[in-house]
Design a protein around this ligand. Structure first.
Ligand code: GDP
Ligand code: IMO
Ligand code: MG
Length: 422
């Protein structure tokens, strides 16, 4: 399988967790390199459902090693809960998990500030997951963050935390928020730190060794292309590089040692949170929500839904260098007579085929649709491409062609067996 990066080609929740779990069978190591517990990756294995937030989805398969790289922001208390939750589900977590000593910490003031900033923005809010992601990355970039290596040294951690809490309490107080109690936060974080110490290492060096041993490494993207801090619908984005380049900086793995990029996209489009979404549509939204689908794995919010947007995914292909495509949730379209696909945008009188980077302009774009015939047949039991109704085959081939990459996987249900390899 070689060394591969898997990224979301839309606005997140493309089904990355499911595809990572499927591909992990052939990999040795799975690496998360950005984001935090804003991510929610759902994997159904047999009759069990797992939702991973910080731990790579590869943890569910025995014999695989999972890395949390330097580019990830970690809420230690929440990570301990996730580890314990997995153990309660009979998943082994021990030497198969390694956490970068350079990964930054998410602290309670980050979460409170995230909520405060959102409240102050009012109608212009981003619709964050309120996990403190933006403020934690803010501290990292401002060079005032705390890292896993600090947490591993209680005295160093406590001194740094004390100063940070004093500084942030002034801000919280000015916002009308209750100040944080240093002692309580310190105790909770040190307790989590004591449990996490066994996993902390220099992950970049371990990845380098794995490279020398010809291990196959799979980088698990979180969020999606249009939530990227640089290439997404700024400011309605997350605070990390969700596109393929982030996998290298977020892990210390050299870019020229990566062999391919796999893009995951739904057969339609969804988005959680605010911000422009040109193909958003009530018809498909009501249909999917009516089927009990498209509710968020992290916050439980109903996802906004729309038609497949080839303008967006083609751009995702360019930014990420997508070589291979996995299309998920094809079964979500089973009931439709005809299906719309956006092939261009109208911006005023102009027809454009590249999404504007300015989100105000993107919000003004009107989709230009083609319509493709539906198949009105359940697809969930298909196991080979030829089992799919002919119109479903034509649909996935068309959206892959419009995106500009080779179609290699079609997913027709959340289960492992509901995965068709081309
Ligand atoms: P991620 O964040 O990209 O890993 O995606 P999420 O797990 O947040 O959301 C994808 C949802 O779709 C999850 O509930 C998956 O179990 C589910 N899923 C993935 N692929 C398919 C599919 O082909 N069909 C159906 N019905 N569900 C799928
Ligand atoms: P996975 O990995 C979908 C969205 C939030 C919000 C914006 C900023 O499961 O695909 P943040 O809390 O990161 O500051 O929120 O980004 N968002 C996601 N949307 N899937 C995700 O992760 C997301 N992680 C963040 O809804 O719009
Ligand atoms: Mg998700």
């Amino acid at each position: 399988m070689a060394n591969s990066i898997l990224v979301g080609a839309q606005w997140g929740d493309e089904g990355k967790g499911k595809i990572i779990d499927f591909l992990t069978e052939q990999a040795d190591i799975v690496v998360r390199s950005q984001g935090g517990n804003n991510a929610g990756h759902t994997v159904i294995a047999g009759s069990k459902k797992y939702v991973l937030h910080l731990i790579p989805s590869g943890i569910l398969r025995s014999g695989k090693v999972c890395f949390i790289g330097n580019g990830v922001v970690i809420d230690p208390v929440s990570l301990v809960e996730e580890i314990e939750g997995l153990k309660a589900q009979k998943i082994k977590v021990g030497k198969n998990l390694v956490i970068s000593e350079s990964a930054h910490l998410v602290l309670p003031y980050h979460r409170l500030l995230d909520a405060q900033k959102e409240a102050q923005k009012g109608k212009k809010k981003i619709g964050t997951t309120k996990r403190g992601i933006g403020p934690a990355y803010g501290d990292k970039i401002a060079r005032t963050g705390l890292r896993m290596s600090d947490l591993a040294r209680p005295e160093v951690f406590s001194a740094k935390l004390k100063a940070k809490i004093a500084e942030n309490n002034k801000i919280l107080k000015a916002c009308g928020e209750k100040p944080l109690n240093f002692k309580a936060v310190n105790e909770a974080y040190l307790a989590a730190g004591a449990k996490l110490k066994q996993y902390i290492a220099n992950t970049a060096v371990l990845l380098h060794e794995a490279l020398g041993q010809k291990k196959e490494i799979l980088f698990e993207g979180a969020q999606g292309t249009f939530l990227d801090i640089d290439h997404g619908t700024y400011p309605y984005v997350t605070s990390s590089n969700t596109t393929s380049g982030g996998a290298s900086t977020g892990s210390g793995f050299p870019p020229h040692r990566i062999d391919k990029v796999i893009g995951v996209m739904k057969a339609y489009t969804t988005r959680v949170g605010e911000g422009p979404f040109p193909t958003e549509d009530d018809v498909i939204s009501d249909m999917l929500h009516g089927m009990g689908r498209e509710f968020g794995a992290t916050t439980g919010r109903a996802r906004r839904c729309g038609w497949f947007d080839a303008v967006a995914t083609r751009y995702a292909g360019i930014i990420n260098g997508i070589d291979e495509l996995s299309i998920t949730n094809l079964d979500g379209l089973d009931g439709l007579e005809t299906i719309k696909v956006c092939v261009a945008y109208k911006l005023g009188r102009k027809t454009i085929e590249v999404p504007p980077n300015d989100c105000d302009l993107l919000a003004q774009c009107k989709p230009v649709y083609i319509e493709l015939p539906g198949w009105k047949t359940p697809t969930e039991n298909a196991r080979k491409f030829s089992d799919l109704p002919v119109n479903a085959q034509k649909y996935v081939k068309k959206i892959a062609e419009l995106t500009g990459a080779k179609l290699t996987i079609v997913s027709i249900g959340p289960g492992r067996e509901q995965t068709i390899v081309l």
